[in-house]
Design a protein around this ligand. Structure first.
Ligand SMILES: CC(C)(COP(=O)(O)OP(=O)(O)OC[C@H]1O[C@@H](n2cnc3c(N)ncnc32)[C@H](O)[C@@H]1OP(=O)(O)O)[C@@H](O)C(=O)NCCC(=O)NCCS
Length: 221
């Protein structure tokens, strides 16, 4: 494995905050950094424009889509994300494409010893979808989580109808573990989700990024 794993993590939340090295894919140069307070305007503009594309896959929450995704919602949400990250419970990454905010890769439910486990979730601006952005972003985040963060297992849950997300996990080598019945309330109903996972032992020798680069799906920018 290409990433040293500390025997005992040095801090409460090793590997955070972090900026991950940029990768070039079809859509542009993808980079990851912690979410910022000033991401609010871009976050809101993308999410309001992309309601039809995002809402079939996102948890049902109180309020209308417009209310939940207006820019005045962002400061409160950002504070919650930052607090969770400071407590070692999450790694809330902003995804940028050519330097502009374009989406989110969220590592949540971080449980440290003995499980060393978390889930990973993601979305991206429809204007760059299909351009390799989230595959590259999640590859970087997985390598980071199994490296500096010191986790052992990452899980992702996906609706069986979500072809694009299933394809992302397939390209990254996530292994299907099972079907969670009525797992999450999404788009107004309790939906089945397929569960995928990856453990540190399954990383290829140069990590997921190394494999994407070797396959020609990304290059180091
Ligand atoms: C799922 C999502 C994050 C993927 O991000 P992305 O940057 O477009 O992903 P990538 O370009 O890296 O890979 C997408 C792959 O799915 C393929 N794809 C797209 N739509 C598809 C579909 N309906 N069925 C099967 N494959 C599909 C693309 O062709 C691409 O595969 P390829 O590289 O072999 O051509 C993005 O579509 C999104 O934000 N969707 C809405 C929110 C969402 O579903 N979040 C995930 C919830 S689990």
């Amino acid at each position: 494995m290409g990433y040293p794993v500390p025997e005992r993590p040095p801090g409460r939340h090793p590997g955070w905050p972090a900026r991950l090295p940029p990768l070039r894919v079809r859509a542009g140069v993808v980079a990851l950094r912690p979410v910022r307070l000033r991401d609010g305007a871009e976050w809101s503009a993308i999410r309001i424009r992309d309601e039809a594309y995002l809402s079939p896959w996102e948890p049902t929450l109180p309020g209308t889509w417009l209310e939940r995704n207006s820019s005045i919602e962002w400061p409160g949400r950002w504070l919650q994300l930052r607090a969770a990250a400071r407590r070692g419970l999450a790694l809330p990454f902003a995804v940028t494409v050519d330097g502009r905010f374009a989406g989110h890769v969220m590592v949540g439910n971080v449980v440290r010893e003995p499980l060393l486990s978390a889930y990973v979730g993601y979305w991206v601006d429809s204007r760059v979808s299909g351009g390799g952005v989230i595959t590259a972003a999640v590859a970087s985040v997985v390598d980071h989580c199994f490296g500096p963060v010191g986790l052992h297992r990452l899980e992702a849950t996906v609706r069986p109808e979500n072809g694009a997300s299933l394809r992302v996990l397939e390209k990254l080598g996530f292994r299907q573990e099972g079907l969670f019945r009525r797992y999450l309330e999404v788009d107004g109903a309790w939906r089945d989700h397929l569960c995928f996972a990856l453990t540190r032992e399954e990383l290829p020798p140069k990590g997921l990024v190394g494999r994407l680069v070797a396959e020609g799906r990304a290059s180091r920018a």
